[in-house]
Design a binder for this molecule. Structure first.
Ligand SMILES: Cc1ncc(C[n+]2csc(CCOP(=O)(O)OP(=O)(O)O)c2C)c(N)n1
Ligand code: SF4
Ligand SMILES: [Mg+2]
Length: 347
């Protein structure tokens, strides 16, 4: 007699998709590379929040980090740009279709060395997209030369020290007007998840600097971007808890200890202080906290700044609600009469 075995029901998110629908190809990065952990967090967060994968546009430049969009969200759109030029491509795509959820994943070289000028303008414009910097202090793909985020005195595997002071991407982002600035560590699963989810809910440029050790070229004694250095020097600013808009928010919170920030989509970020007083809406305080921690040789992680009020680049341009990319020709091509009037003005 044969018995039929009913398979267990598939686990799905609130839009009915399985986690498999959020995965990408098999990684070709080194085993233990911090970038692989970040890809895993991206898969989990987009799955748990029930983001439609076909609404996401992934952007990257060149580097091991910039290869990683191939390893998550395989059902999304993707554009692998030239080294350091991802912001220009992302800006064009987001202007053409404002209904997309932009996700840039890049490296410290791609962002702070060759791509610094592009990154600067992206932040200044507050383009609504997520911008993840997988920061290992080196050019991993080209065999481990120091990047512009390498700390002064940090040593290469050969023992050669870095003689130049680093750019702190978070400090630069704060200065240039980013509306969500956070730092995390690829090894801190819970913190990185809460930060990524907040970035998905944020309407504006969300920049996340994630210390992501390169196990092949920058994980030795003397490196300040190694797993062991981060374990000893990470200074966690707050405990973070993200409550998505589709979940009950009525949990009691002890007054004075937790700050609740309502995001644009109705989700909530709950920030519980850990010892020190810190106001994540105060840009000057954030810059000071970064300077102080750097002077102490600490790596400050957490949400440094959040501004839910500032208009985005798309708001400033007064774009139509419908994506330009799908408007019919009759609405995007000026009539002959309009063109004639323009030509007349230029005479
Ligand atoms: C215009 C240009 N210059 C230089 C290179 C060589 N190159 C490729 S990746 C890279 C650095 C990547 O470093 P990073 O962005 O930190 O990524 P990682 O590999 O460390 O993740 C460089 C210099 C290139 N591809 N194009
Ligand atoms: S070389 Fe470094 S950054 Fe590149 S995949 Fe390997 S560990 Fe990661
Ligand atoms: Mg790098």
């Amino acid at each position: 007699m044969s018995t039929t075995v009913t398979p267990p029901p598939k686990k799905v998110n609130h839009i009915g998709l399985e986690v498999l629908n959020y995965k990408g190809g098999k990684t070709t990065l080194c085993a233990g590379c911090g970038h692989n952990s970040i890809s895993e967090r991206i898969v989990e967060c987009f799955y748990e929040l029930g983001v439609e994968p076909y609404r996401v546009a992934k952007f990257s430049g060149i580097g091991c980090s910039s290869k990683s969009p191939a390893y998550f969200l395989g059902l999304s759109h993707g554009f692998n740009a030239v080294h350091g030029r991802m912001p220009a491509i992302a800006t064009g795509a987001m202007l053409a279709n404002r209904t997309l959820l932009g996700l840039g994943v890049t490296g410290d070289g791609d962002t702070a060395s060759i791509g610094l000028g592009q990154f600067m303008h992206l932040v200044r414009r507050n383009l609504p997209m997520i911008y993840v910097i997988e920061n290992n202090g080196v050019y991993g793909l080209t065999k481990g030369q120091f990047s512009a985020t390498a700390d002064l005195g940090s040593k290469l595997k050969t023992g050669a020290p870095n003689d130049l002071p680093p750019f702190d991407c978070c400090a630069l982002g704060l200065k240039w007007g980013a509306t969500f600035v956070a730092r995390s560590f690829s090894g801190d699963k819970k913190q990185l998840q809460a930060i990524l989810k907040t970035a998905i809910a944020h309407k504006g440029l969300s920049m996340i600097d994630v210390i992501s050790p390169c196990v092949t070229f920058n994980d030795h004694t003397g490196s300040t971007k190694s797993y062991s250095y981060m374990k000893e020097h990470e200074e966690v600013l707050q405990e973070l808890d993200f409550v998505p808009f589709f979940q009950d928010i009525s949990v009691e919170i002890p007054e004075g200890e937790v700050r609740d920030v309502e995001m644009h989509d109705g989700s909530h970020l709950r920030i519980r202080k850990l010892g020190r007083e810190f106001d994540p809406t105060d840009r000057f305080l954030a810059l000071r906290a970064l300077e102080e921690s750097e002077a102490k040789g600490e790596v400050l992680t957490g949400v440094l700044y959040l501004n839910t009020e500032k208009p985005t680049f798309l708001d400033l341009l007064n774009l139509a609600d419908e994506p330009i990319a799908t408007l019919p020709e009759s609405r995007v091509r000026p009539s002959k009469a309009v063109l004639d009037a323009v030509m007349e003005e230029l005479r």
